[in-house]
Design a protein around this ligand. Structure first.
Ligand code: GDP
Ligand code: ZN
Length: 418
């Protein structure tokens, strides 16, 4: 469909105008100054094209730099055309917001932008400028989903990393670097909080046969863990991007899963996220870093989150350098909700934290093996705010948690039998 002008009846345009003016008025102070008209609901313009009301166009944020934002205009099908980029700044009146929220524009956001007045267009509405056309972002649409973490610089701020994704792919490598199950559990909690569908991708399984000989305990743990997630109902895909023929089935499953969606990739550097994107025929081949020192890479990478179009039909956003992932003081009720295997258990007290309480259905379930000790340990760790950082030795935390958990489990039986 062309983006050419649609002519509306005079009254219809007036209606649309009035609706938009009403929204803006609600956001004005008594003295008529705009307090905050940054966020708009997706139906702010009713059935009308915002271009007819305020000369605004709808686009997706592709990349955010310090002062500039790259935006791809959305086609009539609602999909961003990443080949038609706009070079945008945010309208000055929103700068107050920038002081209160770090990254108030993030990759995946849908925004209304206004082309610069000097631009000329062809009959289709396509800018004639040979450079990237410039525009000013006036509003953003309320986010449907988001991926956030505690801001490492300002713990009282939420650092939103991605917006409006349809699926989160949690990527880890079986070995080199070894899977950090605790990090996977934290990503899963985030996904559950946002009610986002997830897939767990375990890459580099070609390295497992080496481990089998030298470290049977590692293999046992690996097998048990993957089974735990599958039993809970999570989709776990094990593959190797280096052995495409051997894992053709799994790669196909992943392609089918990604098709038609905006997928957010989460996982730390070195696990093979770029290699996985390259399996999806991205518009730009991703650079696979052959530097084996992942900690070096993790700390020094300065690339930006970027939204990419995939040849298989879909989009991905990679999140480089996610090294820490802390969840802000979760309350026990919502945290329990984020563990599907605990969600439906009924404890004596509704506010039960499943910690020191007696007659706790979750602890009983752990004892009966219905809820695994591994996942329960993750639950307690997140509840108590024990942080998880890449490169940090977690064995001490783990040992403390195991001891703590054993002590707690032993206090359960018999206590309320009398
Ligand atoms: P990213 O940092 O998560 O984007 O990871 P990359 O895709 O850059 O890969 C990191 C390293 O892992 C590179 O040296 C890759 O060659 C290697 N790698 C990626 N996939 C596999 C795999 O399936 N098996 C093995 N053995 N190495 C892999
Ligand atoms: Zn409980």
């Amino acid at each position: 469909m062309s983006r050419g002008k649609q002519y509306l009846k005079f009254e219809e345009t007036q209606d649309s105008f009035r609706k938009f003016e009403k929204i803006k008025k609600e956001k004005r102070s008594l003295r008529g100054r705009v307090i905050d008209d940054w966020l708009l609901p997706s139906d702010a313009f009713g059935p009308f094209k915002p271009s007819l009301v305020e000369n605004l166009r709808l686009g997706r944020v592709i990349e955010v730099h310090k002062r500039n934002v790259f935006v791809a205009e959305e086609g009539d099908d609602g999909f961003p055309r990443t080949g038609d980029l706009w070079f945008c700044t945010v309208a000055k009146r929103h700068f107050q917001r920038a002081h209160k929220e770090r990254n108030f524009v993030v990759v995946g956001d849908r925004v209304y932008f206004q082309p610069e007045e000097s631009l000329q267009f062809d009959t289709d509405g396509t800018p004639l400028d040979s450079d990237l056309p410039r525009a000013v972002i006036q509003h953003a649409l309320i986010r449907v989903t988001k991926m956030a973490r505690k801001d490492p610089m300002r713990p009282d701020w939420e650092h939103i990393m991605l917006a409006n994704i349809d699926l989160i792919a949690i990527v880890a490598s079986a070995l080199n670097p070894e899977v950090r199950w605790g990090l996977i559990d934290r990503f899963l909690v985030q996904a559950e909080l946002e009610k986002l569908p997830v897939v767990i991708i375990l890459n580099k399984v070609d390295l497992l046969p080496h481990a089998q000989e030298s470290r049977s305990d590692f293999m046992e743990k690996y097998k048990k863990r993957t089974e735990i997630y599958r039993n809970i109902g999570y989709n776990v895909i094990e593959l190797s991007t280096l052995r495409r023929k051997t894992y053709a089935e799994e790669i196909k499953k992943l392609r089918v899963l990604f098709r038609g969606k905006l997928v957010g990739l989460a996982g730390h550097s070195g696990v093979g996220k770029s290699s996985i994107i390259n399996l999806m025929r991205p518009e730009f081949e991703q650079v696979v870093d052959e530097n084996p020192d992942i900690f070096y890479k993790g700390r020094h990478t300065t690339t930006y989150n970027s939204l990419l179009q995939l040849g298989i039909g879909g989009y991905v956003i990679d999140t480089p350098g996610v090294r820490s992932f802390d969840i802000d003081k979760p309350d026990p009720i919502s945290l329990t909700y984020c563990f599907p295997e605990m969600r439906h258990l009924k404890c004596q007290f509704r506010e039960c934290a499943h910690d020191k309480e007696i007659n706790c259905a979750v602890k009983n379930a752990v004892e009966q093996g219905v809820v695994t000790e591994e996942r329960y340990r993750s639950y307690i760790g997140i509840l108590k705010g024990i942080s998880f950082r890449e490169g940090q030795n977690n064995s001490r935390d783990d040992a403390l948690l195991i001891a703590d958990m054993k002590a707690r489990l032993q206090t359960v039986p018999g206590e309320d039998d009398e």
